[in-house]
Design a protein around this ligand. Structure first.
Ligand code: NAI
Length: 345
């Protein structure tokens, strides 16, 4: 039996993990609290920890886990910016779920866009109050508009397909463009200048942090719609707010927010929100915020649980070999042992 400490557990996570875990002889102990410096002690005596996007797996936490004999950090997400993988290298192996349902996120991005440009959120509230007026609800057609997609991986490409279905023109930027695709790649500046809508689908790295900042907003078209379903810190929230106040940005659709860690996934109604930037953004008529729910479909939850469980099982069964292991060398043919069909260290 592999004992796994499961942090930041939510009621929608538990059934699938329990049932897949039972099949593969993995016992999960579910903790509601997030993993961080103050809670790492809970992982004592476990073989593995299972974490999500807002667990803070920093160097100090990794050292503690290592000293307890924890062998594996199993992310139940695709993104891994919250784990110091450089620090983990040589100590604890890290696995993730590279793909569970890219459709869930791409479809949510389109749901946010349609809601925003057709003012569905406004209409929903109005008609519930028997207010059938149309004033202020004028939207615009997506057909013929140009969408700029930053990051053309699994999710970005599905989002591109959906946009093409709407008759939109697609421009894309990726640090590693797909050579064999029909995607029209361009530089970031040109994408900012020409896009009516910009959607972010790249990972959060030192390079992409605040890719949407003051400078980028300055280059954009007036009325541009910004969609972020990737990671909050891709967007400088203060620059976004300024752009909205100056009427430069026409609308923002945010499923993620830079400072979301202590807020998102929790019921904070009845509390005073201390984050003035988020409060101001939410108060804007042209901003829609969902709390990191783009992944939340039945299909994705099932895939997340089954892949995480097989990642854990295959790590412990195959002498540390697991296809979904990652390290800070991954992707570099010369340096990455995994590229040579080995474990990362
Ligand atoms: P992926 O790894 O398939 O694609 C990422 C793409 O970004 C790749 O094509 C890569 O070349 C590109 N990229 C890397 N560095 C870049 C840079 N500096 N500039 C521009 N492009 C760059 O990842 P996938 O599965 O498409 O996911 C994208 C992001 O979506 C994840 O990193 C994650 O942050 C986010 N996500 C959000 C979820 C949510 O619930 N809101 C759920 C799942 C993922």
């Amino acid at each position: 039996m592999i004992r796994t400490a499961f942090f930041d557990a939510k009621e929608y996570d538990i059934p699938a993990f329990e049932s897949f875990g039972k099949e593969k002889d993995i016992e999960f102990k579910f903790f509601e609290t997030k993993l961080g410096s103050d809670t790492v002690e809970l992982a004592r005596g476990f073989d593995a920890v299972c974490v999500f996007v807002n667990d803070d797996v920093n160097g100090k936490v990794i050292d503690e886990l290592y000293s307890y004999g924890v062998k594996l950090i199993a992310l139940r997400s695709a993104g891994y910016n919250n784990v110091d993988i450089r620090h983990a290298f040589g100590k604890i192996h890290v696995v993730h779920v590279p793909a569970y349902s890219p459709y869930s996120v791409a479809e949510h991005a389109m749901a946010l866009l349609l809601t925003s440009v057709r003012r569905i959120h406004k209409a929903y509230n109005r008609t519930r109050d028997f207010n059938f007026s149309l004033n202020g609800l004028t939207g615009f057609d997506l057909h013929g508009k140009t969408v700029g997609v930053i990051g053309t991986g699994r999710i970005g490409r599905i989002f591109i397909d959906i946009c093409r279905g709407f008759g939109m023109n697609v421009l894309a930027y990726d640090k590693f463009p797909a050579p064999d695709s029909s995607i029209e790649y361009t530089g970031l500046d040109e994408l900012f200048e020409k896009s009516d809508i910009i959607s972010l689908h790249c990972p959060l790295t030192d390079e992409t942090r605040h890719v949407i900042g003051m400078d980028a907003v300055g280059k954009m078209k007036k009325g541009v719609v910004i969609i972020n379903t990737s990671r909050g810190a891709l967007v400088d929230a203060e620059a976004l707010l300024e752009g909205i106040k100056e009427r430069k940005i026409g609308a923002a659709c945010l499923d993620v927010y830079e400072e979301e860690a202590d807020l998102f996934f929790e019921d904070r109604s009845g509390h005073i929100l201390n984050d003035d930037v988020l409060a101001r953004l939410i108060s804007m008529p042209n901003v829609i915020v969902t709390s990191h729910q783009a992944f939340l479909t039945e299909e994705a939850l099932r895939n997340i649980a089954s892949t995480t469980v097989s990642n854990i099982r295959s790590y412990f069964d195959n002498d540390g070999m697991c296809d979904n292991e990652l390290c800070y060398h991954c992707g570099e043919i010369e340096q990455c042992r995994k590229e040579r069909k080995n474990r990362c260290f």
